[in-house]
Design a protein around this ligand. Structure first.
Ligand SMILES: O=C(O)CCC(=O)C(=O)O
Ligand SMILES: [Fe+2]
Length: 361
């Protein structure tokens, strides 16, 4: 963690302030409850993060795919198109009842809004806040996050906070089922066996992150979540009706407009590699929330469960040919974990790590 270009003594002062904030276990919500009206300086992002915060003036929208249409070939084609260009789409009519979606968002919101006055509840809450939001940090982000690994299959109950346990367990099941359906369609789009990603254990390791972006008094100075790509295979994201998520398209930032009941789906770095660059893992970010109403999002990130020394991953060999040579070398998951410890911040870190320069497109 470092302040870019700052002298050493300032850097250590900054680290000290971050540590104090972290150890206070207040979270951003806690700061607001204490009545702050400006953001502490540890939240101020460097200028390069804060240019063009406004979304594109062109009327782009990420694709919306309706899973209920009775034309499988059409859906496969739409997913292939969306993932080859945007790396993102919103899925509607996916079979998850709207009441489930509403109840789930309500439960996650309640978890983050647990009042500090009940010490037992508060202690449990903060025990799930992993290092609060000091994450990919050039500066601290204006949000609080709950992180849970919902693996192995099924998740161990103690790893989930009791305040939203019932809802999160149910949500995990819904996400797994939807992801299985989508992975089959994606595989068909790539021209590989529909079970390919499932057989590769991609439904087995799931990370769940629930972000809470409360009101920010100075949204032009900080970020909710800075620019990044997702590192897993596929991310399924639920959001409430508050906007803030932006996706890079054609070198411009495009706002993902909330659609009631929709789930956002996006390609992670690993899927870009498996697809040998047919699908794109695309940069995205979340602005600090200028509205009184908090923004809630819940990401389920799917990763391969098989992580042994002989479990190799790489571009699907059946997609490769002389005209379409591998853009990446094969690798094992421990190589990624090692890399994650050294540099957590850059977009496409995994893609760059395994790229074969000679075949790069
Ligand atoms: O909060 C959001 O909408 C996006 C979250 C996200 O990009 C992530 O968790 O990787
Ligand atoms: Fe993301």
């Amino acid at each position: 963690m470092a302040v870019v270009g700052a002298p050493l003594e300032m850097e250590s002062e900054w680290v000290k302030e971050v540590k104090e904030y972290d150890e206070s276990k207040l979270g951003v919500k806690g700061l607001l409850d204490l009545g702050v009206s400006s953001i502490p300086r540890i939240f101020i992002h460097p200028p390069e993060d804060l240019v063009d915060l406004k979304p594109s003036s062109k009327s782009f929208d990420i694709p919306v795919i309706d899973l209920s249409i009775n034309d499988r070939a059409k859906v496969v084609h739409q997913i292939k198109e969306a993932f080859s260009t945007w790396g993102f789409f919103q899925v509607i009519n996916h079979g998850i009842p709207i009441q489930v979606i509403e109840e789930t968002i309500k439960a996650f919101k309640a978890f983050h809004e647990e009042p500090m006055k009940d010490q037992y509840v508060w202690d449990e809450k903060v025990s799930y806040y992993s290092n609060f939001n000091i994450f990919w940090s050039k500066a601290v982000n204006w949000k609080d996050s709950l992180r849970v690994f919902t693996s192995p299959n099924p998740p161990e109950i103690e790893t989930i906070p009791s305040a939203c346990r019932k809802e999160l367990m149910a949500w995990d099941e819904y996400m797994k089922r939807l992801c299985e359906t989508l992975m089959e369609l994606m595989c068909e789009g790539l021209g590989v066996n529909s079970n390919r990603l499932k057989e590769l254990s991609c439904l087995e390791m799931r990370k769940f992150v629930c972000h809470y972006y409360p009101y920010c008094p100075q949204p032009d100075l900080t970020m909710g979540l800075p620019t990044h790509t997702d590192r897993g295979v596929l991310t399924l994201l639920l959001q409430n009706e508050m906007s803030g998520l932006q996706v890079k398209y054609d070198d411009e930032w495009v706002e993902v407009k909330p659609i009631h009941g929709a789930i956002i789906v996006n390609v992670g770095d690993l899927l870009q590699i498996f697809s040998n660059d047919q699908f794109q893992s695309v940069e995205h970010r979340v602005l600090a929330n200028p509205c009184k109403e908090p923004r809630i999002s819940a990401a389920t990130i799917f990763n391969p469960g098989k992580r042994g020394e002989s479990d190799y991953y790489g571009p699907f060999p059946e997609m490769l040919s002389q005209e379409n040579p591998a853009c990446y070398r094969d690798f094992i998951i421990p190589e990624i974990l090692k890399q994650g410890q050294t540099d957590d911040s850059s977009s496409k870190a995994i893609v760059d790590l395994f790229k074969l320069k000679e075949n790069a497109k």
